[in-house]
Design a binder for this molecule. Structure first.
Ligand code: NAD
Length: 414
């Protein structure tokens, strides 16, 4: 598991006792099931890592490479993330080993309902609150809430977040991860100045595409984006909405000409826009690199070639422990995932509060609350970071771990 390597390092720096280390390296519960849809079997997990600070909270991922180890890593990081973001939650995570692109709409619904049937006894508004993650959508959350309510016989909108608006979702939740990341980046650039603002983004889904749109709108030059099939690089910058249109039409990202809207191949000839691989994207000479797809993409093999000055980790766990050391030594400022992408869980928290209070907040209210909450969290960490010669990630981990251990101690568990 990747998280244990990080934890070993933090344990030494924070001088954790053996008991504290054991507590922080062991999930409270590991629930497993095999879901069957049309005769096919899909391994599924719900891992509840720690609830010292509040109910377990974390998304459900549908991906062919989901493993118990990966879900455990993500559940650990959720525990730290809710602590850093100062939300009254613990951490958990779910996953199903499935390629959702191979399922029909009906099969996807059946799989999502089967997930809830398998784990509903361990979920609940005050127990464990799932949410969307890679390849899970508001529609899937609506099916999951519905299945939970069928099984329990009670309305329970707060059992799951990331729902469609008509089903108890919150305004801004759909763009919250990207928006939160952008608020942090803006705050960071008030502390450190850079001359240009070129950006490369890996992943063109909820987190990556929305980040591209916000940054482009605010005058950043988004020079490269990618998805699972590869990416594009355009020195003068892309217009994210246009690239999205091409993806919709042609099934993959593609270059375009601003004037004529001409196709990928014609553009390739003049060299102003290139098709690049996901690996190329990480090593581009940009100011800001945003991994916004899968984990473990910045490794000890490629970290030495990363040229960005700032890395904003919208994806969960995109940097391995070894790579993190290399980046820190190179002076690259990495805004760690547990802070950078906490906008999603922050608005999930707002959604949960609205559901429990039977309220519905307007867009401006949610945006302002998000900006304040996430900027406050960043400023607190930045202050700590400036005091010591350690990375922002190490600072964030130690800060989160102290908060969790204090809650554990106050409860009398350690
Ligand atoms: P998404 O399903 O909307 O998009 C995922 C994107 O990644 C897609 O564009 C897909 O094509 C691309 N992708 C998949 N495999 C890839 C690969 N091998 N190389 C490059 N790109 C690849 O998912 P999302 O919600 O945008 O989540 C992206 C990341 O952000 C994940 O790590 C997720 O855990 C993290 N995150 C998301 C949220 C949220 O609210 N959406 C919150 C916190 C963290």
């Amino acid at each position: 598991m990747v998280f244990t390597k990080f934890l070993e390092k933090i344990a030494l720096l924070a001088r954790l006792s053996v008991k504290e280390r054991k507590l922080l390296s062991t999930p409270d519960h590991v629930w497993k099931a095999v879901l069957t849809v049309n005769g096919k079997k899909y391994p599924a997990y719900r891992i509840q890592f720690n609830n010292a600070r509040g109910p377990y909270k974390g998304g459900v991922r549908y991906h062919p490479e989901v493993t118990e180890e990966e879900v455990t890593d993500l559940a650990f990081w959720m525990t730290l993330k809710t602590a850093v973001a100062d939300l009254p939650f613990g951490g958990g995570k779910g996953g199903v080993e499935v390629d959702p692109k191979e399922l029909s709409g009906g099969e996807l619904e059946e799989l999502s309902r089967a997930y809830i049937r398998a784990f509903y006894k361990h979920l609940g508004p005050e127990v464990d609150i799932p949410a969307p993650d890679v390849y899970t959508t508001p529609q899937i959350m609506a099916w999951m809430r519905d299945e939970y309510e069928k099984l329990t016989g009670k309305a329970a909108p707060a059992v799951i977040t990331g729902k469609p608006l008509e089903n108890g979702g919150s305004k801004v939740r759909d763009i919250a991860t990207a928006l939160g990341g952008v608020y942090i980046l803006e705050e960071l650039l008030r502390q450190v100045s850079i001359n240009t603002k070129t950006v490369a983004i890996q992943g063109f889904g909820n987190a990556g595409y929305n980040a591209a749109k916000f940054l482009h709108k605010q005058g950043y030059v988004v020079v490269a984006v990618s998805d699972s099939k590869g990416g594009i690089y355009k020195q003068e910058g892309i217009v994210p909405e246009k690239v999205w249109e091409i993806k919709e039409k042609e099934g993959r990202l593609g270059c375009y000409d601003v004037g004529t809207g001409s196709s990928i191949n014609e553009i390739k000839k003049d060299g102003s826009c290139k098709i690049i691989s996901n690996e190329d994207l990480l090593e581009l000479p940009v100011d800001i690199l945003i991994p916004a797809a899968l984990g473990g993409v910045i490794t000890k093999e490629n970290a030495g070639n990363v040229k960005a000055k700032i890395i904003l980790e919208l994806a969960n766990g995109p940097t391995t422990a070894e790579a993190d050391e290399i980046l820190h030594k190179k002076g690259i400022l990495v805004i760690p995932d547990i802070l950078a992408n906490s906008g999603g869980v922050t608005v999930s928290y707002f959604e949960w509060v609205q559901n429990l209070r039977h309220e519905s907040w307007d867009e401006k209210t949610v945006q302002e609350k998000l900006q304040k909450k996430i900027t406050d969290a960043f400023r607190l960490l930045w202050k700590e970071f400036k005091k010591k010669d350690q990375s922002l990630r190490t600072t964030a981990y130690i800060f989160a771990i102290r908060k969790i251990l204090e809650a554990e101690k106050n409860r009398g568990r350690i």
